[in-house]
Write a protein that binds this ligand. Sequence first.
Ligand code: PLP
Length: 413
Amino acid sequence: MQLTAGCRKLFCMRPATRAVHAGERLAPAGWKSVTTPIYPSATYIYEDIATLERVAGGEENGYMYSRYAHPTGHALELAVAALEAGEDEAAAPACVSFASGMAALHAAILASGLQAGDAILCSQDVYGATIGLLRNLFTPLGVRIELASLSQPAAWPEQFAAARPRLVLVETLSNPLLRVPDLEALAAAAHAAGARLLVDSTFATPLLCRPLELGADFVVHSATKFLAGHGDVLGGVALAREPETAGLELQRKLAGGVLGPFEAWMILRGLKTLPLRLERQCRTALELAHWLAAHPAIERVHYPGLESHPDHAIARRQFPAGQFGGILSFELGGAGRERVYRFFNALRIVLPATSLGDVQSLALYPAASSHRDLSPKQRREAGIGDNLVRLSCGIEAVEDLREDLERALTVIG
Ligand SMILES: Cc1ncc(COP(=O)(O)O)c(C=O)c1O
């Protein structure tokens, strides 16, 4: 009986050696696992050392050390790249996975080739930690950070001339006001000004929008959200086409923000049901947005599926028919922080949790969580009031969600 693929004389060996090598590295004998296995190996070996040498030198594809790449992560990267790709195989992007969405964003910013003295022009309406990342990690490196509302194309020439950016950063669906920039026009304007465009497409997923096809240079997703979808794993991905992908790989290899094989496997599993989940989440969000917009206790609803949303026309053009994302925000009438907290405490199905895109519906108070690091003045400028609630629709029955919201609105009176 052969207990390992490579070690025939196992029974002659001592227990300490058997404990290390027995059962390992079995060669599959004609079977294949249906799904990609989790490969929790830090290093990889080959039949002969010359192959390893060729892999190390990039002359042959393969794995060598998991900080550089590993098979489970690679499977996830191929899957995300396939979703983010259009029909032109030659223009398909490559995907590099990271330990979190923030790690992916950080790597993509660095891979854009920024240098001290350069500027980043960032939409003011983005995830609070993104602004924190720029201010705390890039300002000290001598990078100028310019925040602006990028929702008025007519203002771009002046904004680009004033900021002279090397990089422009926006979200496909912004957090938390769900603004939708015209990515094709923005990419053209950025390129004309000598800048690159980086798009955080976390809220949209590749199923609603493929920014690289519209001209963006880099796309990032927090895979923690819709891609994984179950609130049980952290991860991030950054995508680009050649030659930008080399910069992303270098960032991961040298800074080491690697997505582990277990996490990669969970995200890969979540990805399989993304189309089903997102379809339901978009439908629920649209229905709740209409219902909330007509509710007397609600001052305003922010959802690009509503005709009242300033970017409704762009969203209709940029997203598939009838789909506007699974997230909406609304302003509670006459509410301040205390009233919002009572509303949160009265919810029974919607969970007051700091995330989005999960199968569970989640409510978040931007002023105290995603945007708490902004000053009250910065929040006001970004249009994030103390009565704003963000709702990420899960896959529960929409009737139960509506009843839960109604109950909480009745409780606060
Ligand atoms: C739009 C957006 N981008 C990036 C991130 C960061 O993702 P992660 O928490 O996976 O680092 C978040 C997190 O909420 C987000 O909402």
